[in-house]
Design a protein around this ligand. Structure first.
Ligand SMILES: Cc1cc2nc3c(=O)[nH]c(=O)nc-3n(C[C@H](O)[C@H](O)[C@H](O)COP(=O)(O)O)c2cc1C
Length: 144
């Protein structure tokens, strides 16, 4: 099965805290593992920018379920494309708080503007997520 990457941005309906999303993802962990889906998520109190990678049919099915879920609002699909390989290897889930992103990385992507993922292209959002996931990975590795 061809692999695909899906990137979307949404908000939460009831201004839930990051921990709530973290809980949802914890609960999704088994689902995602069984479906070979990996996740990169960038959380800001104002939005959740997310990437899902995995087999095309599974990524599609997950997005349909998420759209039926009434917790996310203003979901905007930034893009969906087939990929040769995952952008962040076999790491199952990268959960990154916007406030913890390296300021220079943020600056390079936003060119000094406020980060608004609703106006990002699929390519730019993908590069951004893959970059911050790699940095988070490095940070966690050096903590060990
Ligand atoms: C921000 C957010 C992220 C989510 N990510 C996932 C995910 O990665 N995997 C998953 O199975 N469900 C995820 N869900 C939950 C789905 O929306 C849905 O509730 C779940 O897949 C169960 O769907 P079902 O009841 O139709 O089987 C997420 C929900 C939210 C609000």
């Amino acid at each position: 099965m061809e692999m695909a990457r899906l990137i979307y941005v949404s908000r939460m309906t009831d201004a839930r805290e990051m921990e709530a999303i973290h809980d949802i993802l914890e609960k999704s962990r088994e689902n995602n593992a069984a479906r070979n889906i990996t996740v990169i998520l960038c959380y800001d109190p104002l939005f959740v920018l997310q990437c899902r990678e995995g087999p095309k049919n599974e990524v599609n099915a997950l997005y349909r379920r998420i759209l039926r879920d009434d917790r996310p609002s203003d979901a905007l699909l930034l893009g969906y494309k087939g990929v040769q390989e995952r952008g962040f290897g076999n790491w199952k889930m990268a959960f990154i708080k916007r406030a913890e992103i390296d300021p220079n990385t943020l600056l390079a992507f936003t060119r000094g503007e406020k980060l608004d993922p609703y106006v990002l292209s699929y390519e730019r959002a993908g590069n951004f997520l893959v970059t911050i996931a790699a940095q988070e990975r490095e940070r966690l590795d050096t903590q060990r």
